[in-house]
Design a protein around this ligand. Structure first.
Ligand SMILES: CC(C)(COP(=O)(O)OP(=O)(O)OC[C@H]1O[C@@H](n2cnc3c(N)ncnc32)[C@H](O)[C@@H]1OP(=O)(O)O)[C@@H](O)C(=O)NCCC(=O)NCCS
Length: 202
């Protein structure tokens, strides 16, 4: 019997080379759909590059079948440096074969080696708890603009940070982000932010 934790697919992972950036973007469009950039978490990525050492791809032969990236953010009144994980996306036909798990564990390991101590994300609690993520809202973290704060999660990479570092997630260039979003489903006329950005975190 196959151990369900053992990847059964012969994929490899590696840091994302610049030559594959186009293929990664195409895959993300396919996995998350054309509105993916409307999510609140993208407001914190606007005008900021992902951390190059933490951008990884999964390859099956020459094909990009998985991607993970992290973005620098600040947290709270002290502007504590943190990472915003995401997007993590796997080619749908290869879901459930350990690619996401492998990419996430490896990059969290690299992040810790680099000295990062706090990682945040917006995603499914049941998936990310295996990596040490816990709901962030009860620990005082706030993502302005996020309509589903129960999906905000945090993983401390060092002890003693939860309850000490807390507050609003901030754009690293100090850009102002609206504190609340209106769910378009509840507001048929839309939820345009003051600067025109649409907030659609899922
Ligand atoms: C969610 C995703 C990243 C998981 O990666 P993956 O390579 O398919 O999954 P893995 O092989 O690492 O893990 C499989 C396990 O995760 C579970 N899982 C997968 N997606 C899940 C989800 N959304 N919520 C909870 N558990 C999930 C599977 O049931 C399986 O559980 P098991 O180990 O107990 O059998 C990937 O399927 C994907 O890109 N999905 C679409 C985009 C997405 O939802 N991205 C995450 C943003 S929240």
């Amino acid at each position: 019997m196959t151990d369900k934790n053992t990847p059964t697919l012969n994929f490899t992972i590696k840091p994302e080379p610049a030559a594959l950036t186009g293929a990664v973007e195409q895959m993300l469009d396919y996995v998350f759909g054309p509105t993916r950039l409307d999510k609140a978490s993208y407001l914190f990525r606007d005008g900021v590059d992902p951390v190059p050492e933490l951008s990884y791809v999964a390859m099956l032969g020459d094909e990009v079948v998985g991607t993970i990236r992290y973005w620098p953010v600040h947290v709270g009144p002290t502007n504590h440096p943190a990472l915003l994980l995401g997007p993590l996306g796997i080619t749908p036909r290869l879901a459930g074969k350990g690619i996401g798990r492998t990419l996430t564990f490896r990059t969290l390991e690299v992040a810790a080696e680099m000295g990062h101590d706090l990682v945040l994300l917006v995603g499914d609690v049941d998936y990310y708890k295996r990596f040490g993520f816990v709901p962030a809202t009860p620990h005082g973290f706030v993502m302005p603009g996020e309509k589903r704060p129960e999906r905000l999660q945090v993983a401390p990479l060092k002890r003693g940070l939860l309850g000490v570092v807390r507050g609003d997630i901030r754009h690293i260039h100090g850009r102002s982000i609206a504190p609340a979003a209106i769910d378009p489903a509840l507001a048929p006329l839309g939820a345009a932010q003051a600067d025109g950005a649409q907030l659609d975190a899922r």
